[in-house]
Design a protein around this ligand. Structure first.
Ligand SMILES: [Zn+2]
Length: 244
């Protein structure tokens, strides 16, 4: 009995530490980071090691069988892994005021978070007219829907490689090309910010990047006119005029 009593302070300190570390990780969660994959709420993580994976699995209270169902048996080897949230974690987010309702704002989202530049703007270039923008990113980096809509195409297309087309309100369409993997099916409803594919270099492509198009009634428009202003886009790319 005496021995057990001496352990109590250690247990208390350990429990305080656990609750503190879980809370501080969750504080950083915002609405944009709550993702849906195959109807399950959770978050995509870009794994660079077992420790990071273990950490997120414990913080989100994810069930191992759910992780295997969503990512496959060899999930630990994938570069992007979807970690589902436990019921308890979803309750915790709700208590924190993190709403998981659809964002109905008109503003488009950048399809890749934390991109650092665009390599080719919309308009004339040496091999004809470029109908979109190119955003370089590592293989397996998640691509998210710029706006909510319905998936019209999700397949391999000549030249474009693995491609997703999403139809939005007001006759807008967004197209995402050269993906390494497609994560949505034709006819599926996707919400703004949902991960739809992973960056790759399929089709006519010289490196891992996303070719993004935004069209209205089929006419290609400059995506930079619709995406939020970013200091990572060069002023000259913003200023680029079409058909001088
Ligand atoms: Zn392109």
């Amino acid at each position: 009995m005496k021995l057990k009593m001496t352990f109590i302070p250690f247990i208390v300190v350990f429990l305080i530490f656990l609750s503190f570390s879980a809370a501080s990780a969750a504080e950083k969660i915002d609405n944009e980071k709550i993702q849906t994959f195959r109807g399950v709420k959770g978050r995509w993580i870009h794994s660079d090691g077992k420790d990071k994976l273990k950490y997120y699995i414990s913080v989100y209270g994810a069930d191992y069988s759910d992780i295997v169902n969503l990512n496959g048996q060899n999930y630990a080897r994938n570069s992007s892994i979807f970690i589902p949230f436990s019921e308890k974690y979803i309750m915790y987010l709700k208590e924190k005021g993190c709403s998981m309702e659809e964002d109905n704002g008109e503003q488009f989202l950048w399809p890749i978070r934390n991109f650092d530049r665009i390599t080719s703007a919309f308009g004339d270039r040496f091999r004809g007219f470029h109908v979109g923008i190119d955003i370089p990113a590592g293989k397996g980096i998640p691509i998210v829907a710029v706006q909510s809509g319905v998936v019209k195409i999700s397949k391999f297309m000549e030249g474009y490689g693995n491609t997703v087309w999403i139809e939005h309100r007001k006759n807008f369409t967004s197209r995402y090309c050269h993906a390494s993997e497609l994560l949505v099916k034709e006819g599926e409803l996707v919400r703004k910010g949902q991960v739809i594919a992973l960056v790759g270099s399929t089709g006519n492509s010289t490196g891992h990047h996303l070719h993004l198009e935004i069209r209205c009634c089929g006419v290609p428009l400059n995506p930079l006119d619709f995406l939020p202003y970013s200091s990572r886009v060069k002023e000259s790319q913003y200023m680029k005029t079409v058909g001088k």
